[in-house]
Design a protein around this ligand. Sequence first.
Ligand code: GTP
Length: 768
Amino acid sequence: MNDLIPLVNKLQDVFNTIGSEQIDLPQIVVVGSQSSGKSSVLETIVQKDFLPRGNGVVTRRPLVLQLVNTHMSSLPSSVSSDGSVNEAPDRAEFLHLPNKQFFDFEEVRKEIEAETARVAGQNKAISRTPIHLKIFSRNVLNLTLVDLPGVTKIPVGDQPTDIEKQTRNLILDYILKPNSVILAVSPANVDLANSDSLKLARHVDPEAKRTIGVLTKLDLMDAGTNSLDILSGRAYPLKLGFIGVVNRSQADIIANKPMADALKSETEFFQSHPAYRAIAHRCGTNFLAKNLNSILMNHIRDKLPDIKAKLNSLIGQTQQELSSYGDPSFTGKAHRGSLILQLLTRFASDFVAAIDGTSAEISTKELCGGARIYYIFNNVFGAALDSVNPCENLTVHDIRTAIRNSTGPRPSLFVPEIAFDLLVKPQIKLLEPPSLRCVELAYEELVKICHSCGAKELARFPRFHAKLIEVVSDLLRERLGPTSDYVESLISIQRSYINTNHPDFIGGGGAMSAIERASQKKKQDMERTRRLSTVNMVLAGNGGDSPNHREESGEKTLSNAMTNLTVHQAAERGDREREKLSHLNHPSNSSTSSLNGSHPGPNAPSKDTFLNYFFGPQQRMDRPTLQENPHRSGNVHNVAKEMVMPKTVLDGEPIDFERKVDHAADHDDYTGLNEREDMETQLIRSLITSYFNITRKSIQDLVPKAVMHLLVNYSREAVQNRLVAALYKEELFNDLLQEDDNLSAERAKCKAMLDVFKNAFTIINEAM
Ligand SMILES: Nc1nc2c(ncn2[C@@H]2O[C@H](COP(=O)(O)OP(=O)(O)OP(=O)(O)O)[C@@H](O)[C@H]2O)c(=O)[nH]1
């Protein structure tokens, strides 16, 4: 039974070697506010002066103290020549100094101070890293105790402003572990209601099952007061009870009072104290040590089955982790070929599965693989194409220049087809950058896919993994060129023949109708604005009307004025307007019927020239007479006719050639377009937009198909063969199957851990 504490110490040592905190080993954690007497309690238990002393914060790192009874253990004693047994002297060992033994406990104190300062600095700051100290003595009972920094309220020295929070968290880290027994130290000369240690203990152990209370400084209580209520468990119930102790006072320490004397004085104190006399056998440091020893042993005995179960599952997990690093024996000569082939096939099928979306490890966080390619086609590429303005960079100047240049030395009779052709081709070129970008994005996605393939299985063989990626990347790069070229040629194909017979093309008639509608609307708007401003003028011209008067007449005057004005103006314009409108809309008028619809009727001949689109075949003959003076009428239909006859001729004005040449040379001077020029420009723009939209649609359809065929599907089919051809070569096997150094180290660490767990399991098995 008494072997249980050495067993836990053994486990602790075993786990310390691998720094594993996976097992929560039973231990006693000493908690208390600053200067409550924690170190004094520990020193009295050990019966040695070995802990740092001083004012204020002294314990600044957790101290894991293992007490080993050399009397009970088989450890170092020797037999002298006269046959008597020489008890080995008490000694201490630090985990951080494995080859050094301390026999002078003053040196132990210095080492704790130096080690504390090394990690936590010289000035009052605290650190979470524990110091492990083992003390071998015949005067101690087997115990494992952890001394923690005291709960501090006010920061001093280098301590950060949140020192209270930091110490609290550090303490909580230890006492939260269900296998920790909390030794809550409270000074008896301070009201228990203010005890920090009991507050913290209650927080993590509300049923007070694993908290043992220690009352220090019982000798410092005011005369006439005592803690009998607490010590007998009436004031503050704890399952493990309260134990009172009297440690050395500061004066005793200064006077170097020996431990043995201190223990004697303590016993005398309890035996002679009127209040404690009756419970003296349950008080004092010796009783505390014995009690702690049996509490810890019982605790260990209770917890061992859990620890065993936990170890069991850890062994399973670690074994699994170890096998994930691969079996080093499997890379022997006989197996290399099949291993290479197996990993290579796995890589290729991962690649295909990622594209097809059949991968076992499909991400739920972000789009990947095939879905991402679809997203590129549908959303990214689609949006990029949609964002292209069909008339991007196409200024009025460009359009006018194109029209003029395409007519050569002749005056422009119609808006020439050649100008449209000239202008629309560069616009189609605008579809090329997004299309090529689409190819690149799909390529990049495939590269990304290939980087994520086989990552788990191939972590062991980084060279092989890199080679596999290299070969697939080469394959993808090879396909990038032809795919981009093909997509580029798709755009060139579109540019090489402008198919104005396309059924979706708006054509001249459609474009004219659209412009006509827009123009009419614009005119109506302008008219409305003009009327309103006239009304305002009428209202403003109402003589000496004061502002107040105007306000009084209000809406009524305004509406009257508007009605009068509208009626008046309608009468003035009269039949002229009505006649024009009926002329435009009259179905029997063949010249307007084709203008109003996008497509000519079923009997209309094919739209082979611009003249056809604009006016239908009959229009060739339907030229305006000079008397009609279409420009002056401002009618859209007449303006369209103007494109057939230059305005200057229609107006009958003499042409000043000198001025015209100068004007044409002045490229920036297109701001003051006349109505005919404005109409021509608009017409060209709407034709370009219509044709561009048709091309955009077909590019949007064709590019993804090309990318799928030439890049994605091609590489998908070719990947396995390519990998085998490039890498399944006997002379490469050695290089490809070179293991990663880190992985070998990880495997070794994992193996060591597994050994530790197995070892611990055996230790527990033997003890139980
Ligand atoms: N008279 C008397 N003095 C005590 C007793 N216990 C501790 N002291 C004194 O109280 C002071 C603080 O004791 P420590 O043991 O250093 O307290 P601590 O809780 O370890 O302090 P920190 O590690 O700094 O948090 C010392 O001067 C001790 O001598 C006691 O039972 N009686």
